[in-house]
Structures are given as C-alpha cells and as structure tokens.
Write a protein that binds this ligand. Sequence first.
Ligand code: GSH
Length: 254
Amino acid sequence: MPMTLYAHRLSQPSRAVEILARELGLEYHFHEVDFAGGETRTEWFAAINPFQTVPALVVDNEEGDEADGKKAPLQLAESQAIMIHLCRTAPDREIAQRWYPGDQDIVRCAQIDQWLAWYHGNLRRFDMFHHIMNLHMTLPMLKREIQATLLQLLQDGLKPGLATLEAHLEQHGSDHPPTLLGGEHPTIADLAMGCELYQIRAAGYRFGAYPQVAAWLSGLASRAPFRAVSEEINALGGEIQTQEGDYLAFDAFD
Ligand SMILES: N[C@@H](CCC(=O)N[C@@H](CS)C(=O)NCC(=O)O)C(=O)O
C-alpha cells in the first residue's frame, strides 16, 4: 500500500508517526514540509491537509471512497488518528497490536485512548519547545524576556502533568523501563507523550525530580527507530544547549 508521510523531523507529532511507521516495518515515502517556513499554510498543502498541520498521510488507491469509478486516496491528518490507522492496517498484526490492539483488547485500547486524551490538556498544552525555538532565534536583548514571560509559565504549567506521570509510572515498579500501561512494550500513547517530552530533554532540560519519567523516556529513546528519527532534534538540541544555556533553566524540573 504505497503511502506518503508529509512531515518534518523537528515536529513532535511528525516524529511519533514516523517512528511508529518504522516500528511497524511499513514502507513510506517521506515528504518534508517546512512548517517553520510556512509551507503548511500554502494552497498545495491545504489540499492535502485542510487543518494545515504536519503530519499528514496520503495512502494511494487501496483505501478511501469510490468516486467516479476510481478509488480516491485516503488523506489523513492528526497524528493520533494516523497512528491508530497504521496500527489497524499494518500487515504485521502481532507487532501492530502491541502498539494499539484494536478489537483484540478493548480494555487496553480504552486505557491507551485515555492517556492520548489526557496528553493534550496536560503536556501538549504546555509545549515549551515552541518558545525554546523562539528564544533561540531572537535577539539577545529579548531572550531573558521570553524566558521570564513565556517559558517560565509553560515550565510551571508542565509540572503537575509531570507529577501525575511520575506517580502513575511509579505504581508499576518493575525491572524494565516503565511504560504507561505497565507491560514491557510501549504503546502509541507512550510514543505521543514521549516525543513531546523528549524534545525538551534534547534541548538540555533534565527530569531529576521525576526519575520514573526520566527512565520511561530513556527506555523509549533507546529503541532504534526512535534514535534514527530523532537525529535532527538531537542536533538542534545540541546547538541550543551550547548557545542558550545561560538563558534556559535546564534545572527547572530537578
Ligand atoms: N494535533 C496535531 C498537531 C499538529 C501540529 O501542531 N503540527 C505543527 C508542527 S509540530 C504544525 O504543523 N504547525 C504548522 C502551522 O501551524 O502552520 C497532530 O497531532 O497532528
């Protein structure tokens, strides 16, 4: 099933989808969309994803509505919907069901859905990386202002979510890296949230006060597809750390 992933590796939801595609052993064509440069707001991209965000997935021919006697491609936006679709359709059913089991295990699915819903209001809402980049690219005279008026609020806003995650992961106590549902294998909820927090870690923030969160993140980040897809965010993070250390509160979560 030929498919194209419209994405960018500096975008958290894009990375989550691409990492999953690799974990599932799917073949895909990668089309980079320069979201930071405004390419998501262009006409050609709006025709692919009217929400005008990356990632977007286009699956040719085999899926979608019958129209005028030929099959239309499936065009899908929203990373979580894309991840669920990939798990529903991946040929390797055994691996796909570890990430999102579908009808095989509706209780496990409900638990994954719960964390995916929680993630928006408690982690994504306090997306710090956006303003870390803002600070990184602006004039030195404005850096402290961005830190004090924008980043500080997000840092503070993120802490209750980190505390909730820490308490939840601690309950499972095991000898493998923790996962949200307590087994050895992560799910798409781990991936969505892990990619979000990983980009803060890549920029130099530590999670010293949240050791279970730190261990959970390290477990995810040690997987080969995660490492491969995170190369660009790691490189940018390294650059930010060397240039912005003085302005960023890397110890905010210690
Ligand atoms: N809820 C969406 C969020 C996607 C999103 O926010 N993407 C950002 C990049 S991380 C984007 O494309 N922004 C471009 C824009 O706002 O024009 C998802 O999970 O796919």
